[in-house]
Design a protein around this ligand. Structure first.
Ligand code: NAP
Ligand code: MG
Length: 506
């Protein structure tokens, strides 16, 4: 911690008594509140030079011999070469899943549950290694992969292990049957967690799966494949095929698939919806968002600002439900902006493997360029940008200084389009009516946050917001018991809770 002396200022009150000196912490410490010594994570998981495809319980070479590299976005160093699955590989994976289906679906629920419990326990046992790997492959701060991603992934397996033998109680009067072979495609922002969200309910309900992780973050899904093997999961129940968009499309278009579960952008979601529409396949889509946080004048402002920070700068804003639009009641706008600036000046941006880092690396060069494009458009359209802190960003790797824009109009691009980066658009409102209509004025409907001290306002606002999840005096809190999913162009279907099981039952 820095011990530099702070600048002080004194003022006299009306009676001429001199007030005690006030320490200007920001000036004293060069902008930040204080500095921590580096605390780098010491574990380095073993990473193979090359990875194959996990098909029928074994790692196999891709038929085309094609591979692609996955890098560490914080250092730009190559981590591994990963197999690129083509249509023939996807076909082999679907066949393996089909062959494994009767025995897996026929197991008593309590036996299937035991496998899920074993996966959950193994995720916990290997949690530290998985957290470091997630951070290295994707760029998120270690404190998030350690405290959020990996524990929640294990929690999803535990939760669904418990459902496996209770499905007839979850849906009384109905004979629960699996849908069949499920094709699952996931994005790069929560790689292991999204795999858990998809695989755990599918397996609990007696389905078998073919899952494709995102091109930039395949390593933890491949570790999960290793874990499936370690715990003795029957071959073919879980198949993991790596590759880019074409591999995803091969899964979507394979006639042997009974259900597609997709999490990703609205753009790709629409392509998938069109491809699946004329087929027998079932479909769930978890897509993009432009979620609103609403601060009423009676809110606890400090608490709200903390939630806003968590809502947009958490995971570099690579969160589908990021609170990327902030609506503040006019009477408290200046206070909120002042406190937001103060709090942002304490955010640490940098090495994701440092345990003190709050904001890590942007997931890829392409995503950094996309964010940069939106920052330019924001300024060009007339909004004013406020950057967080002044400390230098690392010289290598893909980093973006968190920022927010004021003077934003609802028609501005940065108020309408998903940026998927640490960029917040701040707007104001006068009445609750105006807040709700402006928050709902978007094609998306994934999540929202409401900050107020008044219970009746909480319930009234939450009821009228078109969003799948509404957080009240908190933000970005997840739990496997709570269903998650969108309204409007944010998709359909729910993941988690009892509702999430429905997508995997015929
Ligand atoms: P994306 O480009 O849509 O990719 C998602 C996945 O689909 C990746 O595995 C991708 O492979 C694959 N893919 C790409 N083109 C495909 C095609 N034509 N057919 C089948 N699969 C295809 O999205 P992203 O950029 O990775 O992720 C960010 C987006 O995901 C954001 O819009 C975010 O809001 C959304 N998201 C939503 C949720 C939610 O729960 N609603 C959660 C997380 C993220 P490659 O990676 O190899 O291109
Ligand atoms: Mg990577």
């Amino acid at each position: 911690m820095s011990t530099a002396a702070g600048s002080t200022n004194r003022s006299q009150n009306a009676a001429g008594v001199q007030a005690p000196p006030r320490l200007d912490l920001r000036a004293a410490t060069g902008g930040g509140l204080f500095e921590y010594a580096p605390a780098p994570e010491s574990v380095r998981p073993a990473i193979a030079d090359r990875y194959g495809l996990f098909i029928n319980g074994r790692f196999t070479d891709p038929t085309s011999s094609k591979r692609f590299t996955t890098i560490n976005p914080a250092t730009e160093a190559t981590l591994s070469e990963v197999a690129e699955a083509n249509e023939a590989d996807v076909d082999a994976a679907v066949r393996a899943a089909r062959d494994a289906l009767p025995a897996w679906a026929g197991l008593p629920g309590k036996e299937r549950g035991k496998f899920l419990y074993r996966i959950a326990r193994r995720l916990q046992e290997r949690a530290r290694e998985l957290a470091v790997l997630e951070t290295m492959d994707g760029g998120k701060p270690i404190k998030e992969s350690r405290d959020v991603d990996i524990p929640l992934a294990a929690a999803h397996f535990f939760h669904h292990a418990g459902w496996a033998d209770k499905l007839q109680y979850a849906f009384p009067g109905r004979e629960p049957r699996p849908v069949g072979v499920c094709g699952q495609i996931i994005p790069w922002n929560f790689p292991l967690l999204m795999a858990a969200w998809k695989i755990a309910p599918a397996l609990a309900c007696g389905n078998t799966v073919v899952l494709k992780p995102a091109e930039t973050t395949p390593l933890t899904a491949l570790r999960l494949a290793e874990i499936c093997d370690e715990i003795g999961l029957p071959p073919g129940v879980v198949n993991i095929v790596t590759g880019a968009g074409a591999t995803g499309a091969a899964i979507v278009n394979h006639p042997g698939i009974d259900k597609i579960a997709f999490t990703g952008s609205t753009e790709v979601g629409k392509i998938i919806a069109k491809a699946v529409a004329p087929t027998h396949k079932r479909l769930t889509l978890e897509l993009g968002g432009k979620s609103a946080n609403i601060i009423f004048e009676d809110a606890s402002i400090d608490q709200a600002v903390e939630g806003i920070i968590e809502g947009i700068y958490f995971n570099q804003g690579h969160v589908c439900c990021a609170g990327s639009r902030l609506f503040v009641q006019e009477s408290v706008l200046d206070r909120v902006i002042g406190k937001l600036k103060d709090r942002m000046s304490t955010l640490r941006v940098g090495d994701p493997l440092d345990k003190n880092t709050d904001v890590g690396a942007i997931n890829s060069k392409a995503q950094l360029a996309t964010i940069g494009k939106y920052l330019e458009i924001g300024s060009k359209e007339g909004a004013e940008r406020h950057d967080c802190g002044t400390a230098d960003l690392p010289g290598k790797g893909y980093f973006c200084r968190p920022c927010f824009f004021t003077g934003v109009q609802p028609s501005h691009t940065i108020a309408r389009e998903e940026i998927f980066g640490p960029v917040l658009a701040v707007m104001s409102f006068r009445t609750p009516e105006e807040a709700i209509s402006r928050a709902n004025n978007t094609p998306y409907g994934l999540a929202a946050g409401v900050w107020t001290d008044k219970g009746s306002k909480i319930f009234d606002t939450a009821r009228r917001l078109d969003a799948g999840v509404v957080w009240l005096n908190t933000y970005n809190k997840f739990d496997p018991t709570s269903p998650f999913g969108g309204f409007k162009e944010s998709g359909f279907g729910r993941e988690g809770g009892r509702h999430g099981l429905l997508a995997y039952l015929a």
